[in-house]
Design a protein around this ligand. Structure first.
Ligand SMILES: Cc1cc2nc3c(=O)[nH]c(=O)nc-3n(C[C@H](O)[C@H](O)[C@H](O)COP(=O)(O)OP(=O)(O)OC[C@H]3O[C@@H](n4cnc5c(N)ncnc54)[C@H](O)[C@@H]3O)c2cc1C
Ligand code: FES
Length: 485
């Protein structure tokens, strides 16, 4: 399902790679992180090429709500308590600098980018203490945060923190303008990296430096990013004839709703869940029900969903990919705050490549280990990974293919083997292998998006087994068996 940005924007089309190439820097991924990194490098005279498996902006960037803010949910009290004021300040300053960079770039863009200065507001309906702690932490870090109790929201709140000097924009119009003039190859899927050579489905690119900005890193070892982050999905409705907002809003507790205006639309989001854990579905409907309650005259113009990588210690991984992979860098783990995090990535990675000192690298480098913040999430992630793998061997079949009603999907057992089956409205059963092609966890059906999802690291496939979202790069085995109609 396309976002309003995807519906509204005609992006330029780029040819695939046609022959082997040599560049200073190969950037893998044409989302916000990859394009901004290539842009900052090119501005400084570096010969960079972007290699994009599909088309630019077709990943999570095309489905973001595009708030440009340093207020990444309740993060600053957590960072101050676990890492101390100086480290927390680095996080705040990196993101504030990123907003400043957007502000400057937007001045050179056309009005279509609709860059608007906004306050960002984090609200609670239950827990003013958490907000008060966050305000205190933010004020210690030079952020202009204020505790407020009155907002534009259609319900009363117990308190909110308002951060001034934040912004919102049209992410794909911005991407379009920033990418013009870059060297981009679309429909060019990177399959592997061998030392300084990037192997694609259309040839090889030799580069002194390689940036992996592919949302979720696709090289498992070394790096082990699959042990350090999972993915979470969220859903968005674009509503016409609903309220217009001056600020950008997010709730801190479930049900946590996100609000921002975008032209004639209100973008109303929420209903998050870990990717691969939505067997019963109903997430769009949850949002629709709330939207109807808040805006009885609201009219749904579009709905979509997207996902992002959630790092263990709540700090993105930006820097060298891994020991033993010299000249390879990564940008991932943006925890649904990929607008500023993409700019921070571009700042850090372009400095690294140009051998300039960057004050933020020690905080974001993937080689860090902020144990205190990581442990709880590490345990959670391990439990999920193990549960997923075990389910492949032990779980009883939840439904038999004959019993599946039309329009439904699920795991079934046929001749002692587990398969994922989706029966379409015509009664054709689309059958895929039930094990993820990344590291073998059992897939789950997401009825809201009609996709197969992996609870371990968030790979997604359509009902015919084609990869939608990485880390996996391999489609599922597929067959359509009509005899089960
Ligand atoms: C519902 C939702 C709302 C959000 N709202 C906000 C918000 O308001 N503000 C905010 O800051 N953040 C927000 N985010 C987060 C933000 O959208 C993402 O963090 C950001 O878009 C990620 O950008 P990216 O460049 O890392 O990834 P992507 O945009 O996914 O780009 C990665 C690109 O790499 C390509 N690729 C992958 N594998 C390969 C390969 N092997 N070879 C070549 N190319 C490859 C993909 O095709 C893709 O185009 C939101 C996220 C969600 C889920
Ligand atoms: S995404 Fe890693 S096993 Fe499925």
């Amino acid at each position: 399902m396309n976002s309003i940005w995807e519906k509204e924007t005609v992006l330029p089309q780029y040819e695939p790679l046609k022959q082997d190439l040599k560049v200073d820097v190969a950037v893998i991924g044409g989302g916000m992180a990859g394009i901004l990194t290539a842009y900052l490098l090119q501005k400084q005279g570096v010969n960079a090429a972007v290699l994009e498996a599909k088309t630019i902006g077709s990943g999570q960037t095309g489905k973001t709500t595009a708030k440009i803010t340093s207020q990444h949910n309740l993060i600053y009290h957590k960072l101050v308590s676990s890492l101390g004021i100086e480290q927390a300040k680095l996080y705040a300053h990196a993101n504030q600098e990123a907003i400043g960079m957007y502000r400057n770039l937007a001045k050179r863009c056309s009005d279509a980018v609709v860059f608007e200065e906004k306050d960002n507001i984090l609200y609670t309906v239950q827990n003013p203490d958490a907000i008060e702690k966050e305000v205190k932490a933010m004020q210690q870090l030079d952020l202009k945060a204020t505790f407020i109790t009155q907002t534009e929201l259609p319900f009363s709140i117990e308190g909110a923190v308002s951060l001034e000097g934040q912004a919102q924009f049209h992410p794909l119009e911005f991407l379009k303008e920033i990418s013009s003039g870059l060297t981009v190859f679309e429909h060019t899927m990177v399959q592997n990296i061998e030392e300084h050579t990037v192997i694609t489905n259309h040839g090889k690119v030799t580069a002194n430096h390689i940036v992996i900005a592919a949302h979720y890193p696709f090289i498992n070892v070394p790096g082990y990013y699959f042990l350090r982050q999972h993915q979470e999905r969220s859903y968005v409705l674009a509503l016409k004839h609903a309220q217009q907002y001056d600020g950008m809003y997010l709730g801190i507790e479930e049900p946590s709703y996100s609000f921002r205006s975008a032209g004639e639309y209100l973008l109303f989001g929420g209903a998050s869940h870990r990717t691969g854990e939505n067997r019963s579905g109903g997430h769009y409907d949850m949002l629709r029900k709330a939207a109807h309650q808040f805006y009885p005259n609201g009219e749904e113009a579009a709905c979509w969903s997207a996902q992002d990588c959630m790092p263990m210690d709540h700090i993105p991984y930006i820097g060298p990919y891994a020991f033993g992979m010299e000249g390879v860098y990564v940008a991932t783990g943006f925890q649904k705050w990929g607008m500023t995090s993409s700019m921070v990535s571009a700042m850090i990675l372009s400095d690294l490549i140009l051998e300039k000192a960057n004050p933020y690298l020690p905080l974001f480098t993937p080689q860090r280990m902020h144990i205190g913040l990581s442990v709880k999430q590490a345990v959670n992630d391990t439990v999920h990974a193990v549960r997923g793998l075990a389910a492949g061997f032990m779980a009883p079949p939840r439904a038999m293919v004959e019993q599946l009603p039309k329009g439904h999907g699920g795991i079934v057992e046929v001749e002692n083997k587990k398969f994922g089956v989706y029966k379409d409205e015509q009664g054709i059963s689309h059958i895929v292998q039930a094990r993820c092609t990344h590291l073998g966890c059992q897939l789950e059906w997401n009825p809201d998006d009609k996709s197969w999802e992996c609870p371990c690291h968030g790979s997604r496939f359509d009902y015919m087994g084609h990869v939608i979202d990485n880390p996996t790069m391999e489609d599922l085995q597929y067959d359509s068996i009509t005899e089960y109609q």
